[in-house]
Design a protein around this ligand. Structure first.
Ligand code: WT7
Length: 654
């Protein structure tokens, strides 16, 4: 590429482009009604009630919504069962032999598929195993498993009995597991001998044993043989999954659950130390998942749907397990990493299984982008028809790269904004009708009412502007409470403005067309000389530069400006760090995000400190940039990286 071309590419603001839905896609999209937002606004309860009617109910509800701020009840009096809706209901409609789950293991030749019939058999058997271990309606079960079929099977088995599952991400430490078991006081833990991922092994049983010393509620441990390695088994407490399943009956009736019975708990980190036990209840959660999987993710009967998230996170719960199965789709569960055995693995999985829908995170897209199109070139990606993004703001450059190189300019990109707390997708395009703008999550899903709050004037913003994101009406899949702590729920989410307004903790912009762009957590927002700046905008400017692969921006204390932006970047493979490049990068930010946004320093580091969900731990970078102690690094995916970053930064400081 010539210098001119490069400059040309850098100076175009990709966020200003628009993309119409591809004609082929639009013609077949599940939602094609441009009036749908108005219709849903005119009769919002009726809109959601319409979706509830798409599910199977043992008994219909008496009331759609009972809103006693900040506590909502949806489909009051209705009775249903999640596992019945995900399995039996489709089998009754003749889909028993359809593939429900495709499992792809860490090693390329290691695969397994389940039809709806087969999945129901496994789920019923394991539900009976749990029953034998004293589990019934309202009891809690902790699941600490790798990305293997036994995880969704165990979740659906809990759902069948009306037991509450608490999935603990398998990369969590024993201490994190202990804390999460103790909070729900579960009596049964389901785990595996080991978890192979990316060619390396985590000793899950060993971790479990270490966790259980301080988790006294657990009476039984059920161990899946994933690798078959011999692990210590405690007599009277530990049993193998396969041995228990051998004698289990494959008949198990689905419990009739109240729409407002608790469904599951999933822990999410907040700004304080203690993780929040986010509780979702059965009815509303399923209704919103059905709606968003059908319309945002445009699920079709012959789709092969690949959500790359781990089931240990809400994205995996909602769009790897429950959403696709509720719609009678085929969901793909992948155990491994994008780079094992090499960086062509994801493209090969797409080609081999003819994946139609890829739902992944910007961080993965940027990792591909950093390597160029090489890893994609050997695989046929033409089965793809829709691309999704979730979890963090996607910078326009990564959006366009994803659209062009994964999607071949054929597939709409749905950037979906939501949270563990919202349960399902909240702001995202309807891919058959929404004009896309790279970097923007576009419009609220019909029947969802976000807004922007001006923290200074304490008023809602009209029209275009930026402020704190809120949701002004309850929605079906909203968190009902924090586990056994309704006070903290109210305090965390409904105290900032009023008990009727959900305060998201994200900053956002809205343009003249009513499109939302999420700019990041409120706590990531900088205040530089009285100007509110989004770290994300500065990061986008940096990533836009050809030398930069990834960037993280934080605010350091500054005598003059209150805060000053400081950037940490990972350079593209062949780039040399030096004063000239640093100047260049600072200039790039001035160009793209305004002079006031110019970072004081740009440090080049080997890696960024990320949590297991791929979020950059900004607090740590702040400590490093301010020459302070590292502090707690235990929530990092790789805690050892903290010291490396600190050393590299210190060298460049002088
Ligand atoms: C936070 C929620 C959504 C499930 C996975 C993460 C950020 C999420 C987007 C998006 C910009 C996003 C927000 C949100 N976020 N999706 N499309 N664009 N930001 O769930 O761990 O509960 O995190 O992730 O900051 O508040 P989570």
């Amino acid at each position: 590429m010539s210098e001119e071309q490069q400059n040309g590419q850098q100076s175009e603001d990709l966020g200003q482009r628009t993309y119409e839905p591809p004609e082929e896609f639009a013609k077949n999209a599940n939602c094609q009604d441009p009036e749908i937002w108005n219709k849903a606004a005119e009769d919002y309860e009726g809109f959601w009630e319409g979706w509830a009617k798409e599910l199977h109910w043992f008994k219909e509800w008496d009331q759609v919504l009972d809103w006693d701020p900040p506590f909502a009840k949806w489909f009051v009096g209705g009775k249903l069962n999640a596992s019945y809706n995900c399995l039996d209901y489709h089998i009754e409609q003749g889909k028993g032999d359809k593939q429900a789950l495709i499992w792809v293991g860490d090693e390329p030749d290691h695969q397994q598929t389940y039809t709806y019939n087969e999945l129901l058999t496994e789920v019923s058997k394991f539900a009976n195993v749990l029953k034998d271990h004293g589990i019934g309606k309202g009891d809690t079960v902790s699941l600490y498993l790798p990305m293997i079929p036994e995880l969704p099977i165990a979740m659906l088995a809990c759902a069948r009995l009306g037991a509450i599952h608490s999935v603990v991400f398998s990369a969590f430490t024993p201490d994190q597991l202990t804390e999460r078991i103790n909070d729900v006081e579960s009596t049964v833990l389901v785990t595996a001998d080991q978890s192979p991922r990316g060619g390396s092994i985590t000793d899950l049983k060993e971790n479990s044993d270490a966790a259980l010393g301080d988790a006294q509620s657990i009476e039984s441990v059920i161990v899946v043989r994933r690798t078959g390695e011999e692990v210590p088994m405690q007599d009277g407490r530990d049993e193998y999954w396969d041995e228990l399943m051998q004698n289990a009956s494959d008949q198990c009736e689905a419990e009739e659950m109240d729409a407002e019975d608790p469904f599951f708990v999933l822990y999410s980190s907040g700004s304080t130390g203690k993780p929040k036990g986010i509780q979702h209840n059965v009815g509303g959660y399923l209704v919103q998942l059905k709606a968003t999987t059908m319309w945002t993710l445009d699920m079709k009967d012959d789709d092969i749907f690949w959500c790359t998230a781990d089931i240990g996170w809400i994205t995996g719960h909602s769009y790897l397990v429950y959403g696709p199965l509720l719609c009678g789709g085929t969901t793909l569960q992948y155990e491994g990493t994008p780079t094992y055995p090499d960086n062509t693995r994801w493209p090969s999985v797409i080609e081999e299984h003819k994946v139609t829908t890829l739902y992944t995170a910007p961080t993965a897209i940027r990792a591909f982008m950093k390597q160029g199109t090489g890893p994609l070139e050997g695989s046929d990606l033409s089965s793809l028809r829709l691309l999704g993004s979730v979890g963090e703001p996607i910078n326009p450059a990564a959006w366009v790269w994803y659209y062009e190189n994964f999607g071949g300019e054929r597939c709409p990109v749905v950037d979906t904004w939501w949270q563990t707390e919202t349960g399902g997708i909240m702001i995202a395009p309807l891919p058959g009708i929404t004009t896309l703008k790279p970097g923007s999550a576009t419009k609220p899903f019909p029947g969802i009412f976000p807004d922007l709050w001006d923290e200074e004037t304490e008023e809602f913003i009209e029209g275009a502007g930026s402020g704190a994101l809120t949701v002004n009406k309850p929605w079906p899949s909203m968190t009902r409470t924090l586990w056994q702590d309704p006070e903290r729920y109210k305090e965390e989410y409904f105290s900032e403005i009023s008990d009727e307004i959900y305060y998201v903790e994200d900053g956002a912009k809205r343009d003249e067309d009513g499109y939302y762009t999420i700019t990041g957590r409120i706590d990531d927002v900088l205040n530089v000389a009285g100007h509110r700046l989004s770290t994300v905008e500065i990061e986008n400017a940096l990533v836009n530069h050809e030398a930069v692969a990834e960037a993280a921006v934080i605010g350091v204390e500054d005598e003059d400006k209150g805060q000053a932006p400081v950037a940490f970047v990972i350079l593209q493979g062949d780039q040399e760090y030096g004063e000239d490049l640093e100047k260049d990068l600072i200039g790039e930010v001035a160009d793209k995000a305004g002079k006031i946004s110019r970072p004081d320093r740009v440090y080049a580091v080997e890696d960024l400190p990320k949590t297991n969900s791929g979020k950059i731990m900004r607090r740590l970078l702040q400590n490093i940039a301010q020459g302070e102690e590292l502090g707690d690094t235990s929530t990092l995916a790789d805690p050892s990286i903290a010291e490396t970053i600190q050393e590299q930064t210190q060298q460049q400081m002088s």
